[in-house]
Write a protein that binds this ligand. Sequence first.
Ligand code: FAD
Length: 381
Amino acid sequence: MEEVFDVIVLGLGANGSSALYHLSGTGKKVAGIDRFTPPHAFGSSHGQSRIIRQAYYEDPVYVPFLKEAYRCWSEIESVSGKQLFLKTGGLMLGKEDAAVVTGARLSAETHGIAYEYLSFSELQKRFPALNPPSHTVGVLEKEAGILFPEKCITTFLEQAQKNGVSLRYEEMVLNIIPQDDKIELITSKGKYHTEKLIISAGAWAGSLAAGIGLHLPLTIARQALYWLTNRNSRSQPYFLPQNLPVYIWEYLPGKMFYGFPDLGAGIKIAYHHAGQPVKPDELTQKVSPQEIDDIMEIAANYFNMDPAFHSSSVCMYTNTPDSNFIIDYHPEYKNIIIASPCSGHGFKFSSLTGKLLSEMATGEKTTLDISPFSLARPSIW
Ligand SMILES: Cc1cc2nc3c(=O)[nH]c(=O)nc-3n(C[C@H](O)[C@H](O)[C@H](O)COP(=O)(O)OP(=O)(O)OC[C@H]3O[C@@H](n4cnc5c(N)ncnc54)[C@H](O)[C@@H]3O)c2cc1C
């Protein structure tokens, strides 16, 4: 059977589900296709929590996108009546000259974001969960917090479906065939024609794009995350969300771990980047005893806790060479839009990324200038 749509969204993780939600209000005939049943644990959007923050150490260019993303998160919360965001504040920790510290201050000062610069002794006093080395300082941003990724994706998809979008799960797109003014999709279950295609396939975006002549400079990294409980009952209250913000800790130059307060299953902690290359279809949820020992040692050193392993999960970063996103039209087929490679920091933006993708697919002017994420930028080639 062959079906015809105005827009098809290929991949319904963070970005695709949001795109589908935004498209669902446009009057277009829209479908979303995913090879699994989202939200699922095979891609990049699982693991119960994601950090959202605005004093963005990576680059001040992201801050206007973050402010708009916050607005979009609060819009979907009020449309759906669901809580998707928990404000905890956010701490960027490291030496005075650490990239997370100087970068967060630069973004905050460039864009007027309120923050506190905390000394070693203030950090100890305010956040007794932390056991920082004496050279540590912190940038504390009040508006930062936690998004619940599985709940966000479910909410986008439910709202999209309510608005008449067609959802296709457990259906894998096998082939994309650009035609004159349309695109043909061959899937594991059938055939589609669409005027516009959004490829938001996360770690699989590279192989799908290669099939239509676009060889993206992406590497996929395996990222393990861990939940650790605290055997020290005296210090346990320090780890509750009212007492411990989300944090990114640059413990050595360029090396970071990040984490979350205890939301019920222990603290969640993980390394940022440093993951080994992996093929997306070969990802398993296994972590080695050595990896567990290693993260327990980090927790025992940097926190006032007696850690015990609770559970783990494995996820993927889809990295670009400059660690910035790609959101652009296919250079040859302008009715194909590509958005996914989020280099391990894209979830917080996805409420907005979906809106931008919807605007691109319907030919509207985008809410913000997306040229920083262009495929033509020299820093990724
Ligand atoms: C461990 C970890 C921690 C992170 N922490 C943060 C954080 O704290 N803050 C933050 O902002 N970001 C964070 N990120 C990054 C963020 O989670 C990702 O950038 C984002 O979730 C990527 O979403 P996506 O929609 O691009 O990909 P995905 O959510 O992986 O979605 C891609 C979808 O495409 C589908 N698909 C692929 N190929 C096909 C096909 N051929 N046919 C049909 N469907 C297909 C897949 O099944 C999948 O559902 C983290 C990422 C990881 C892995």
